[in-house]
Structures are given as C-alpha cells and as structure tokens.
Design a protein around this ligand. Sequence first.
Ligand code: HEC
Length: 108
Amino acid sequence: MKRTLRGFAPILLGAAIWPHLLTAETNAASLFKAKCALCHGEDGSGNTPTGKAQKAKDLRSEETQKKSDAEIAEVIAKGRNKMPAFAQKLKPDQIQQLVAYVRQLGKK
Ligand code: HEC
C-alpha cells in the first residue's frame, strides 16, 4: 500500500500544479503583474521607483481611460516613448486581455 502511494505522489502533485501554471499564463491580472507592474505598479498608478523614473502613466487616469480600446491596444503592442512594445512578447488575445484589465483598474 505504501509503495503504491509513493508511486502516485508525483502524478498527484503534477495534477495539482498543472492547472495553476495554465491559469497563470491566461490570467490578465498575473500577466499585468509579470509584464507591466514594474513600471505601472500592481494598481496601475505608476507609483513605483521604475515607474517614476520612466514617467509611466497612471493607467487609472481619465487621460488613459478616455482612450479607445484600439488606442490602448496599440500603445501596448507598439510602445511609445519609454513604454516598451509588446507585440513580439504577447499574443494579440493577451493584449486584448490587458486592455480589459486596464479598464478594470480604472473602475477601482
Ligand atoms: C519599462 C517600463 C514600462 C513597462 C514594463 C510597461 N510600461 Fe506602459 N508605459 C510606460 C511609460 C513610460 C508610458 C508613458 C509613455 C509616454 O510617455 O508616451 C507608458 C504608457 C502606457 C499606456 C498609455 C497610457 C496613456 O494614457 O496613453 C498604456 C495603456 C500602457 N503603458 C500599458 C502597459 C501595459 C499593459 C504593460 C504590460 C504589458 C506596460 N504598459 C508595461 C512604461 C512601461
């Protein structure tokens, strides 16, 4: 009985971790945390040492929120001034998820 359990443990562990790895990749919040928070802060305020140095925009501001989804997606994809371009690093649907996430930040 003990031997069978030991044999199963790695499989059970793998099954428990795998879904987390999958959601981490598709989840907009963790995407933002991984790729954007360095400059924009987890709350989108830009209130981080790097954000202040680079003059990152407050993504919650009216200035950002009054932009269209297409304009926001374009800045993320192509970059602007110190804002890096993400078209090579993110898939188009990930950029769309981030646009939606930027909207959510503005509502908080
Ligand atoms: C290296 C720092 C840095 C990183 C990383 C970064 N940004 Fe930026 N971002 C900036 C800066 C600086 C600006 C202001 C650009 C300007 O002055 O035109 C900006 C501007 C923007 C704007 C435009 C806001 C407006 O009102 O025009 C959006 C949207 C944006 N960033 C989203 C993101 C998203 C989403 C990510 C993650 C995929 C991200 N940024 C990652 C530095 C960064």
